[in-house]
Design a protein around this ligand. Structure first.
Ligand code: GAP
Length: 440
């Protein structure tokens, strides 16, 4: 059942240009994904809503956009070179490799063959920088975006004069050579993170942790997730990194996890560990100077770390809906209009030039205000269905009556309600719908 649903979602994503497998014409590259014309809009919307809430609408958070390749010593300091690994076992028969923690019965889950002892396998992607391909030229693709925030801490304090408590945020690509990438984009080898490092006095860390847990949950609700599919899961002591005081995951009930929940975002009290480590390994002074008290100290960090791709996958799963309308199956994505890649589609009732021309004109009139799309091919019913499938909240239809009465019909994706109104009022009417957030 859940498998069927995921098949439908993967197929819809491909059919409608949301997500394609990378390098598909060569058989695909497992665990890498390409966002198509509608996918990139969806992704930009998610990132914009995160950036608005975490950076733009606040005066205590600034943003950065840093390079993916960093000095290799960054990863020594962070512990990734030594510790960012998974214990792996290999099957001696079929040669497949598995995470040791995924093995339940001591034998190969694929063929029942004998397994090797567990060995550690580092998850960072290695490459070479410059002309030489030797150990001295080894660099890594970052496995998380936050280390460049810690490394730039002093630069940002000096250039912005932000006062503690304040945050530094970044959205960017991260890379992990995951052993068992699976479940569509859920665990990929190349993905995007949205991370905030919020710097506080150590004594205030618990307070800010609670604050950010609440803020981040609110954001997931605001972008349209159903409450019943979200939950918070506090990490048990044994799951915590030795330096972390508390950590909670915001989880979503993904259909492929058999009703179970999977992580969307981690929020952690990381203490002073990250800045201390980078300070010790680089020799740079990353302490914060409180100019009022003249006190120098290493701030503690509260981190919120979410995944763009997982958020998008969860949004699509959450919005996917099938229903029967007049004996026909209708598939729709009930996406929050703010997230929907296309906001308004303009449709002439038929392909007759006397309808197409004015309909195109209406689309051009709406274009500066909303993401729009114009479609004149195939029957009106088929065209409605196509836009329902990608979650377009509003459809504007120009019919034969429109020629004389200068009115059009606006149709609501979810309720199928229709209203007729003068073309001159269209922009204001749709703007109002967005503002109110509903048709009522
Ligand atoms: N700086 C902390 C950190 O990176 P993480 O829990 O390893 O923490 C944070 O990653 C988020 O990044 C996850 O909650 C998830 O949304 C996303 N993420 C991590 N690995 C991923 C992968 N292989 N594919 C897709 N998203 C991933």
């Amino acid at each position: 059942m859940a498998e069927d649903l995921m098949k439908k979602i993967v197929s819809l994503c491909k059919r409608r240009g949301i997500i394609f497998q990378s390098s598909e014409i060569y058989g695909g590259l497992q665990s890498c994904w390409d966002y198509g014309p509608l996918g990139v809009e969806l992704k930009n919307n998610v990132k914009r809503l995160w950036w608005d809430a975490v950076v733009k609408e606040r005066d205590d958070v600034v943003g950065v956009d840093t390079s993916i390749i960093m000095h290799p010593r960054v990863w020594e300091a962070s512990g990734h070179i030594k510790k960012f690994s998974d214990p792996m076992v290999d099957c001696k028969e079929c040669k497949q490799r598995f995470r040791a923690e995924d093995i339940e019965g001591g034998v190969c889950p694929e063929c029942g063959g004998e397994l090797t002892e567990a060995r550690n396998f580092n998850l960072m992607f290695k490459t070479f920088m410059g002309a030489l391909e030797d150990e001295s030229a080894v660099v890594y693709l970052r496995p998380e975006t936050c280390q460049s925030i810690f490394v730039n801490f002093q630069n940002i304090v000096n250039s912005t004069r932000q006062k503690i408590p304040f945050g530094i945020a970044q959205i960017g690509k991260s890379f992990r050579n995951e052993i068992t990438p699976r479940n569509f984009t859920f665990r990929s080898r190349e993905f995007e993170q949205m991370e905030l490092e919020y710097f506080v006095r150590e004594a205030e860390s618990p307070k800010w942790y609670d604050y950010w847990v609440e803020q981040r949950m609110k954001w997931y609700r605001d972008i349209g997730f159903k409450e019943a599919n979200l939950r918070l899961r506090e990490h048990e002591e044994r799951e915590l990194a030795f330096y972390a005081k508390r950590c909670v995951d915001i989880e979503y009930r993904f259909p492929f996890l058999d009703g179970g929940f999977g992580e969307l975002e981690g929020i952690a009290e990381r203490g002073t560990y990250d800045l201390s480590q980078q300070m010790e390994h680089s020799g740079a002074d990353l302490r914060y100077l409180d100019k009022e008290t003249n006190e120098r100290f290493i701030p503690a960090v509260v981190e919120t770390s979410g995944g763009v791709d997982r958020t998008i996958l969860a949004l699509i799963c959450d919005a996917y809906h099938e229903e029967e309308v007049r004996g026909e199956k209708r598939v729709l994505l009930k996406l929050n209009p703010e997230i929907a890649p296309v906001k308004v589609v303009v449709l002439p009732l038929s392909k007759k030039p006397e309808l197409c021309e004015p309909a195109r004109k209406i689309e051009r009139m709406l274009r500066p205000h909303f993401e729009t799309f114009y479609d004149e091919t195939q029957s009106i019913g088929r065209r409605y269905r196509r836009m329902d499938e990608v979650g377009t909240p509003y459809a504007v239809t120009y019919d034969f009556d429109s020629i004389n009465d200068k009115q059009v019909t606006v149709r609501d994706r979810d309720t199928l309600k229709q209203v007729r109104l003068p073309i001159d009022n269209l922009v204001a009417f749709i703007k109002d719908l967005f503002e109110k957030g509903s048709w009522e």
